[in-house]
Design a protein around this ligand. Structure first.
Ligand code: SF4
Length: 437
């Protein structure tokens, strides 16, 4: 079994996994056949056919009042209507409060629904797709949403692979979840984000479109580029105000896109959208289907650290000067430690307040554990257990930079959460991005 070499060392190969060997063995031991997907409950349940358009007036070509959004001094300025504020509160605030007052440990706030495990691109750092695996069925999608609804969870993040490989299916999932009161998040590499798809997901009630992009023009190993989808981007930007959703750029910092990260940051700012940064990570556990573990030109090596540090300082400066980012300045600075393998202990809430649902309906605490064979149960019958999760996190927390779970951990520290709410209340909750400074 491979041991873990120094982080970022250019002499040693990238390790096939990053957790301790004992935990790795537990997480990847062969499954007793068959798997843990949910048993069928009576006849299969299809998702309802979405009504489209629900808001025919928004399909119009002429400029509408919601389209007038920014001001000369503030590219981020926009109009938040009472129903949009209510949607965000129902999605995040009420489930959070319930999770603090209800007994027990399992109170999901956010669930990642992997509707696909296939992708139309091949970003060389990404192990989160396998084109041999069938996408989620309507039955599993509907039962997942119904089950999550019964747990008080009201944030549903679609996930893949590429969720827009089946745009009609995605439309149905968003429509059904939004009708049940979910705040719905759609990540995409945008290659299939045609204007008619934007109108459908906007009309169905999507709350956030996470536009994943790593370069301005395609580069070796980084096909998620802006220029090939620039027309879709421009249409998305225009329509976000009309339908009331938010657009993020989701950017992965790799060894070969440092200049692109700066350019994308400026493009996002010029277009009044928020940015969310990740630092490139190799797989947490072994991913036998991942083709690029060796000779990968996107993985950051020790020699790259000074240039990456300089980029992070530049991003911090932009953040301080008012560029809106999901990542706080502290969180950006923490990337330097993570890159050097020096993560401090933190309060991960995966398996308690967040979870993932795989394409077959089985569960895992988090995205890095997608390929684990450990049995955490399936929708309608979870098997998350505090003791197992805590034991596991003693090892994996040291190697993990999950922004979502860091932010959730922050919210479950009472003193910090109260301080943050107090600070935001004084500003009238203007400019909340998900960053916790
Ligand atoms: S620390 Fe939490 S989010 Fe990260 S791998 Fe472990 S369980 Fe998953």
């Amino acid at each position: 079994m491979a041991s873990i070499p120094d982080p970022g060392s250019s002499e040693s190969p990238v390790p096939p996994f990053r957790v301790d060997e004992e935990l790795h063995e537990l997480l990847t031991k062969p499954l007793p056949a068959p798997g843990v997907s949910p048993p069928a409950l009576g006849p299969s349940q299809p998702l309802p056919e979405p009504v489209f358009p629900q808001h025919p007036e928004l399909l119009a070509d002429m400029e509408l009042p919601p389209d007038r959004h920014d001001s000369s001094g503030d590219p981020y300025k926009r109009r938040w209507t009472a129903p949009l504020i209510l949607r965000a509160m129902r999605g995040w605030l009420l489930p959070y409060i319930k999770s603090r007052v209800l007994p027990g440990d399992f109170h999901p706030i956010i669930a990642y629904l992997f509707t696909e495990w296939k992708c139309n691109l091949d970003c060389h750092y990404c192990w989160a797709f396998d084109n041999r695996v069938m996408g989620m069925s309507e039955d599993v999608a509907k039962r997942s949403i119904d089950w999550l609804h019964s747990t008080n969870c009201r944030v549903l993040a679609l996930m893949g692979g590429e969720p827009l490989l089946r745009p009609q299916f995605t439309h149905k999932v968003i429509y059904y979840a939004a009708k049940k009161g979910f705040w719905v998040y759609l990540p995409t590499n945008a290659r299939l984000l045609r204007p008619e798809v934007i109108d459908r997901v906007g009309d169905a009630g999507v709350a956030v479109v996470n536009f994943a992009v790593d370069a301005v023009d395609e580069k070796p190993g980084l096909p998620k580029a802006l220029n090939p989808v620039r027309l879709y981007f421009d249409y998305l930007i225009k329509k976000q105000y009309r339908y009331g959703f938010v657009v993020f750029f989701n950017i992965n910092i790799c060894r070969n896109n440092l200049e692109d990260v700066k350019q994308l940051t400026e493009i996002a700012h010029d277009n009044g959208i928020i940015t969310d940064y990740h630092i490139n990570e190799s797989p947490m556990i072994e991913e036998p289907h991942f083709k690029h573990i060796e000779g990968n030109g996107t993985f950051i090596t020790k020699e790259d650290w000074p240039k990456v540090d300089e980029l992070i300082d530049w991003l911090c400066e932009k953040n301080r000067s008012g560029y809106k980012m999901v990542n706080s300045v502290k969180r950006l600075q923490d990337m330097k430690d993570f890159m050097r393998g020096e993560v401090k202990s933190w309060n991960c809430r995966a398996g308690q307040n967040s979870l993932i649902i795989r394409v077959d309906g089985s569960l895992a605490p988090c995205f890095p554990m997608y390929s684990a064979t450990y049995d955490w149960g399936a929708i309608e019958n979870h098997k998350f257990e505090g003791r197992q999760l805590n034991q596991m996190k003693q090892s994996c927390q040291k190697h993990c930079f999950s922004t979502l779970n860091h932010n959730l951990g922050y919210c479950y520290n009472d003193a910090r959460a109260v301080r943050w709410v107090w600070k935001q209340a004084k500003r009238g909750f203007q400019g909340v991005t998900g960053s916790f400074d």
